[in-house]
Design a protein around this ligand. Structure first.
Ligand code: F6R
Ligand code: ZN
Length: 194
């Protein structure tokens, strides 16, 4: 393991893009067919366009202290059908907590356990959210502008997207007449996942 030097980084996509050793991941709508609830709406959009729903940049500091992984995510505003743009969401495959820090925009963090217990936490600039071990997490942009947040987690936890693709989350965040609404997902079965 190498010891890295101290460094400072602006919480802006451009700064992460320029940082050597950072990986860029781009998620287009076509990558998210199994994640949005309204399959017809997904296919309708895809007939003419394949928009980027979100991007994230991640890096890892290795050190004798165990190191740390970090990432910056930008979710573009918009909806697919009535459902707001969001990340795929995942369980960590090994025990590992995570901290999210909201930089700009507004949204909701959806959390669920493998037993199907769900929680919803508001994401607003200047706030952090703690994601305990065992809770899958998905971020939803409910605003008119990009939602940008920093995440920090222990290296080597691994990300399980398949369970979320198969079971979904108990909550859907949809556009209502008076703004965002959290509703129960009609396709969510509950029970023990994965
Ligand atoms: C890392 C983490 C975040 C997400 C990022 C993209 O453990 O939770 O950095 O990886 O917000 O979301 P996903 O990974 O669900 O595509
Ligand atoms: Zn995570």
């Amino acid at each position: 393991m190498s010891i890295v030097s101290p460094f400072r980084l602006a919480l802006e996509p451009e700064a992460f893009q320029l940082l050597g050793g950072c990986t860029e991941i781009l998620r287009r709508l076509s990558d998210m067919r199994d994640f949005f609830a309204d399959e017809q709406a997904v296919e309708r959009v895809l007939t003419s366009d394949d928009p980027v729903i979100y991007e994230f940049w991640k890096g890892e500091c290795e050190s004798s202290g165990g190191g740390v992984s970090y990432g910056l995510t930008r979710i573009h505003p918009g909806t697919v059908g009535r459902e707001y743009h969001m990340t795929k969401g995942h369980f960590h495959t090994k025990d590992g907590d995570e901290i999210y820090v909201v930089v700009e925009g507004r949204g909701l963090l959806l959390l669920q356990t493998r037993e199907g217990e769900g929680r919803t936490v508001e994401m607003t600039p200047g706030h952090m959210v703690y994601v305990p071990t065992g809770w899958a997490h998905r971020t939803v942009n409910t605003g008119d502008a990009a939602l940008i947040f920093l995440s920090i987690w222990p290296p080597g936890v691994g990300h399980d997207y398949g369970t979320v693709a198969r079971y979904g989350f108990p909550q859907l965040v949809v556009q209502g007449a008076d703004g965002p609404m959290v509703v129960r997902s009609p396709s969510f079965q509950g029970g023990l996942m994965g």
